[in-house]
Design a binder for this molecule. Structure first.
Ligand SMILES: CC(C)(COP(=O)(O)OP(=O)(O)OC[C@H]1O[C@@H](n2cnc3c(N)ncnc32)[C@H](O)[C@@H]1OP(=O)(O)O)[C@@H](O)C(=O)NCCC(=O)NCCS
Length: 192
């Protein structure tokens, strides 16, 4: 089997957003995104990061982007020149050509199709540019918006992982989604 490709820098455009690498100037916008209580509740971290944590994370993501082969694609979702979200694609296994995606959109931009656009762009990045065979995602079973985002990105629901995460003192189930390169016969979303 041929090797997975490493892509850098990533720069992809959807109908209403740009997906690009993070830079130091994005730290305040990224912190505002992750510190928002509506986001923090959904991403299931123990606590929102501090501005210093965010600065260090952006530095680490830029270093990870330089690795060969590249395994982490941490990307900014930019609308009208402002970062308003993040999209992640992680290569979980090069051997098995498997990756996982995740995304966060600032609440001011919810409900406008942005989450769906980002998930579609990440799936395209994984299949068309990296050469992945399988792309996975997990979310909370009661997280309707995220489940819809994944379904609209072409993913199929594969099952529930019971007590998958232990966060803030309790167990959380996850619902697993995935799409295969072979599920996609031709462009799934023409015009993307
Ligand atoms: C999940 C998230 C990315 C959705 O982003 P978004 O830009 O609002 O998504 P879209 O506008 O593309 O909407 C996708 C679907 O979700 C539905 N939706 C959006 N907000 C919703 C809500 N609060 N409740 C129920 N459904 C909702 C939309 O109606 C749409 O479904 P439809 O096409 O059947 O109408 C966003 O809510 C978010 O960033 N949340 C916090 C972080 C997070 O949860 N990330 C995912 C972790 S697994």
């Amino acid at each position: 089997m041929t090797e997975l490709r490493s892509v850098r820098p990533v720069r992809m455009t959807g109908p209403g957003c740009l997906l690009r690498e993070w830079d130091d100037g994005d730290v305040p916008a990224l912190w505002a995104l992750l510190d928002d209580a509506r986001v923090a509740d959904r991403v299931l971290d123990e606590a929102p990061p501090s501005p210093d944590d965010v600065r260090a994370a952006v530095r680490a993501w830029r270093q990870a982007a330089e690795q060969s082969p590249r395994r982490e694609y941490r990307l900014a979702v930019v609308v009208a020149d402002r970062p308003v979200g993040l999209g992640n694609l992680a290569v979980e296994s090069s051997t098995h050509r498997r990756g996982e995606i995740g995304y966060v959109i600032h609440p001011d931009h919810w409900g406008r199709g942005l989450g769906t656009q980002v998930a579609r762009l990440l799936v395209r990045l994984g299949f068309e540019q990296l050469g992945l065979h399988r792309i996975e995602a997990t979310t909370r079973p009661d997280h309707t918006a995220s489940c819809r985002v994944l379904e609209k990105a072409g993913m199929r629901r594969e099952g529930i992982s019971r007590d998958h995460l232990h966060v803030r003192g309790r167990w959380w189930d996850s619902v697993r989604y995935a799409v295969l390169a072979t599920d996609r016969a031709g462009p799934v979303h023409p015009g993307d």
